[in-house]
Design a protein around this ligand. Structure first.
Ligand code: NAD
Length: 216
């Protein structure tokens, strides 16, 4: 029997948006094992999140499950990828091709999550004019001109902290609508600009803290 829960039309809470990719990965893993159906209870066991929370999170997504068997995996993957925006390629620029920026340019995974880096900017003459992973590196001064050609609306910020705000202002003035900020600087932007701050180190601090707790 098909059960169609009422699609929740409220604004999707951020924790839900952070959990949905976990359900997607879990469903993909099960698909690789040739499973056809997955229930929230099964997902719950794999990733240690309450089944009721999973069902609630999935209520924001337009997906129907079946009693006992759960969701059809192919459909769940397709609907989640769509919902999370992973099927549309979002074109992005990266600023600062240093150790972190270079690693992001080399990461082939981003494209699977809908982020396509179409160009990068730096001021280092050894980098300008070269490419990494097929992605061209331009001088930062070329940004405004490239924007007219590349139609990009996301900027990835991996420059030294001292110029984070300056480069953000430049991006916004040039027409960038969302900034993925990897610098530890709390950049300021106009209200209509989306900012996502990401720090690998913040997660490290949590890991160290929990590790210490376990060993005391
Ligand atoms: N979020 C995280 O988890 C995380 C992890 C590592 C580093 N970071 C941050 O990312 C940033 C970069 O770190 P890194 O280790 O890669 O530094 P890095 O010094 O290796 O790289 C910085 C790059 O920015 C370039 N740059 C300088 N001025 C520029 C300009 N005007 N326009 C464009 N590029 C310019 C430099 O030439 C260099 O290639 C720093 O702010 C750092 O704190 C964050």
């Amino acid at each position: 029997m098909a059960i169609r829960t009422h699609k929740n039309t409220d604004k999707v809470p951020e924790p839900t948006l952070r959990r949905l990719p976990w359900y997607l990965s879990c469903a993909k893993l099960m698909r690789e094992k040739n499973e056809r159906f997955v229930s929230s209870t099964q997902i719950s066991k794999q990733i240690n999140i309450d089944a009721s929370q999973i069902a609630k999170d999935l209520s924001y997504v337009d997906i129907a499950g079946r009693t006992r068997v759960g969701y059809e995996i192919d459909v769940l993957v397709r609907v989640l990828e769509d919902f999370l925006g992973f099927t549309n390629l979002h074109r992005a620029y990266l600023f600062g091709v240093g150790s972190l920026g270079g690693a992001l340019l080399r990461d082939s995974g981003l494209v699977h999550f809908g982020l396509q880096l179409v160009g990068a900017f730096d001021i280092n003459p050894d980098l300008v004019g070269t490419e990494i992973n097929g992605i061209p590196i331009y001088h930062t001064d070329e940004f405004e001109a490239r924007m007219q050609i590349d139609l990009v609306n996301i900027g990835v910020l991996t420059v030294p902290i001292s110029i984070s705000q300056e480069i953000t202002d430049k991006m916004v003035a040039g027409g960038i609508k969302a900034v993925w900020n990897f610098t530890p600087f709390r950049i300021r932007v106009p209200e209509h600009i989306v900012v996502q701050n990401t720090s690998l180190y913040a997660h490290l601090a949590v890991m160290f803290n929990r590790l210490n707790e376990m060993n005391t």
